[in-house]
Design a protein around this ligand. Structure first.
Ligand code: ZN
Length: 302
């Protein structure tokens, strides 16, 4: 077993026979890492949760490299078409979210530009997957809204880390959506959790792209609803950069490998439109969220 962050990989979680398994996207298809390790008599963690929490990227890298050149592992590859995705991770120690982190978004919802990152949280039951469905609790809320966001996935224990060092603790990045019920967020006494941490309200995926391949503060970011572009911006417009967010959050909460940080959404949400023009999301809507180089996260509302 190695220790350290994986490099050069596009990782995912897929479902097979009721199990969630670690996959790697390659030119030869999706590699079932545990199966390849078995065929090659090598060791590798079997899930992305395990890879992150054991801080064992190098073992996965070694299996991928061996599988790409050894025909004995050929049956461990499968075409990506037809792959059923699971949530990228399922048991992070914590999911921390940053609100109002793009200037134009803060302005569109009538909020002041924050002097410090605005923090809230989601729960593990909020996690959802690429190709998944978000169940709208229509008996509790009516104002459902999207928020495409860059998600930071932690790779090493980070406690009170400096801004300068902060990104060396990051395993990689993913596309996410901080799905929200605005009437619950804003109408239940002033804190946001009840509108944001509902079961299934944190789709993430399809991929975790390792940090060495990503310039996180310079990515285009988009959200489409039923094919219509609603949000289109760049993470270069962050108020607080990724290194500032990781450092700041680590002052209060020790960040563990596998922890997720949702980094805020750009302008273009439904809440930002004039009140008489707001058409909230409804059952049947199809959402597609993307960040440059991280893949497109698609999900449907039911
Ligand atoms: Zn958000």
């Amino acid at each position: 077993m190695g220790t350290g962050l994986a490099k050069g990989l596009t990782l995912l979680t897929f479902r097979d026979g009721g199990e969630e398994r670690l996959g790697v996207k390659t030119d030869q298809g999706i590699l079932d890492v545990a199966r390849a390790a078995g065929l090659l008599n090598m060791y590798a963690p079997t899930t992305l949760d395990n890879m992150l929490q054991q801080e064992d990227g190098p073992s996965v890298q070694a299996v991928v490299e061996a599988a790409m050149r050894d025909a004995a592992a050929a049956s461990a590859f499968r075409p990506e078409t037809g792959v059923e995705y699971g949530p990228l991770v399922s048991r992070p120690d914590k999911i921390v979210c940053v609100g109002l982190n793009y200037r134009k978004h803060a302005e569109e919802v009538g909020a002041a530009i924050p002097a410090y990152p605005v923090l809230f949280n989601k729960f593990n039951a909020s996690l959802n997957s690429h190709g998944g469905t978000v169940t709208l609790p229509v008996d509790l809320a009516t104002q459902f809204d999207y928020e495409v966001e860059l998600v930071i996935v932690m790779g090493r224990v980070a406690r009170r880390v400096s801004e300068e060092d902060a990104l060396t603790y990051v395993a990689g990045y993913a596309t996410g959506n901080d799905f929200t019920a605005r009437d619950l967020q804003n109408g239940r006494g002033g804190q946001w959790m009840v509108g944001k941490a509902i079961d299934g309200f944190a789709p993430i995926g399809p991929y975790l792209v390792t940090a060495d391949q990503v310039d996180p503060d310079n990515l285009t970011i988009e959200c489409r609803v039923n094919g219509e572009t609603r949000q289109s911006s760049t993470t270069a417009d962050f108020i607080f950069t990724t290194r500032q967010m990781v450092s700041y959050i680590s002052n209060f909460f020790t960040l563990q490998p596998g922890d997720l940080i949702f980094t805020g959404t750009p302008a273009g949400v439904i809440q930002g439109q004039p009140k008489d023009q707001q058409v909230w999301l409804k059952k049947g809507d199809e959402l597609a969220c993307s960040l440059q180089g991280l893949g497109e996260l698609a999900f449907r509302l039911v």
